[in-house]
Write a protein of this length. Sequence first.
Length: 352
Amino acid sequence: MKVESLIQKLFDYLKDEFPPIEPAGLLCTRQAYGKFNPSAGHHLADPVIKEKASYPIRKFSVLERCLREADSSRIGLSNRHLSFFEMFAFQVYGDYKKLPKPDTTKLFFEILTKLLNLKKEKLLVTILKECKFENQSLTEKETEEIYKCWVQLIGKERVKKTTGRRNLFIARIPGAPGGTGFEVYYQTIDGKYIEIGSQVDYHYIYWGSFNVHPTINGTLGNGLGLERLLMILEDKTSIYDISLIRPLKEIIIQVLGDGTEILYEDTINLIADHIRAISFVTWEKERSKVELADSQRKILKKFKKNLSNALIYFGISPEIYKELVEMVIEIYKKRFPDFFTYKDKILEYLSS
């Protein structure tokens, strides 16, 4: 499935109940939860969480561009992590007692099995069983409503309860929301499971000094990783072999020669990942006329150094940057037609 068709399919399916909005968390300017935008749309409901009075129920869907520096440490070691990725999210927020949790969970399941034709017997869901954190002690009662819904949808044996922080989403940033989470996994063609999406039931807020308190309003955030969905839909065992990334790898493999991928796959994957990340950050920075923070510049500098070291390792000239950036532009030109306008800026940064 073409990525443009997949995106349109998702938005069309939800347009009546979850009307689409433009990405609100620009990659370069959203720094509340990290050095670039890592929140995949969840931050849109932050102001609602802080309201001291009951808020009316609101719904929306959005496709967010994200960059998580933490995930970049796994590039080359993992076949499913990317530093830059896109997240399709549909969210409902407002008075916590009125959030339609079962209905939204059923819709999540419907999207996977009815719209995308995924098999329910290949789904697994993890939920929080118990966890002690800050001044709260949570048990499975916290997740009971959604747990029962998932059990009804896919069977009790496919809903796994976890202990500890794995299914708890909380940032130690004053004013930031948190809550319990449900991670949705799917079995790939090699029999392994990959997380393709999640639900986060936000209704706590962190006020500093290790104090976490329940809120009047909440958010049920539902997200699907775009690249990971493509990995499943295109029957790939590595996210680096999907149609959005494989052409970048082919450029490196062509220079190194046939048979080299099996020897140097980790470094080839790193090049493909970092070229995408740097291209998108530079494109957005230039078109939005934003000044990067020092912390953001340090991340890009690290990425650029990693790229340079990889090319030196392979004995490849930096001139290959031009071909790689042009391929990024080719892959995304239908959705981001002005990408080409900033090609020289991207190349200038890579060679500076």
